[in-house]
Design a protein. Sequence first.
Length: 333
Amino acid sequence: MSLRRLVSALSVVVGVVASATVVVAQPKAPADPAAPAAPDAGSAVQMADEPPPADMDGVNENPDAPKTLGGGDSASVTVTAPAKLTGGYPIEEAARPITLPQNMSEVSLDPHIQVSPAMASTALRARYGITRQVQLGVTYLFGGLYDDPETPMEKTAFHPGKAVGIDVTVLVQKWMGVKVGVPVYVDPGAVGVTLGAPMRFRFGERLTIGGMDDLVHVAVEKFAPSLYQEGFNALAAATSLNSNTIQSRGALHFSGYGIYQYLPKLAIIGRAAVHLEDFSPNRTDGGGGITTSIRGGFQYTPRKFLDLGLSLGFDDLAHGGTFSPAGFLAVRI
């Protein structure tokens, strides 16, 4: 009995030892490298120290920076100021509109001289932009060099001007407007009406084509005064004193121009026109007939408010004596 009890006790001890060996021999699961290490039991937990703020004194603080609902700065929201719009009158002649901008004014002089018969005039012109679409213009032909037809002696001399005109231009489209003018001659009194459809087309950055500024001239009282050459007015005024003389009823004037912007401050300009006096291509009692003029030159703009120009051409291609040099000066305010 004693031996069997001893064997049974040894069997129990061997089973317990074998079970403990199996449990210890089981492999452990690999630890997650991203998981924080578990603190040892009974050890104090160490809190991580936060770094000090980058701007402790608030020197670089931006009070206009956008804030989130929590009160912190938002890194994903960026507020930019709107682009500043640039305006004003272009320095390039090819880029300019038909009418002046609102509240801008321009004063210009355009002296020109004809070789034979000797004749010259200078007009003082002013333009003012009432609105962006409406422009008011005033012209005074304040002087002329010509042979007075009322005197029997042939003598070319300077005479004060007697012609003045007012006009209004309304911009209908960006490329077209409507112009109405009233030229007046003081002594003897004469009144006319001028109608135009100024057009301006731009091709690319350098080329602009336009024309038709003064398409129709109509005589309302005696004759239609000219705002280009004072000698023409003196001749019409002299013939109007004779009641038997038939005056021109007016004229058609087909004009055009081309502008090539060679440099931002330098433009090359060419002009041409066909003039039908008394609305007829043939000679009439009112002096009808076709006159073709052509002119070419340049315009230099040293400042945005100043234009200087010079041109050469013929007032009538059928007569070489009408060779006519001309100048141009304009100042804007």
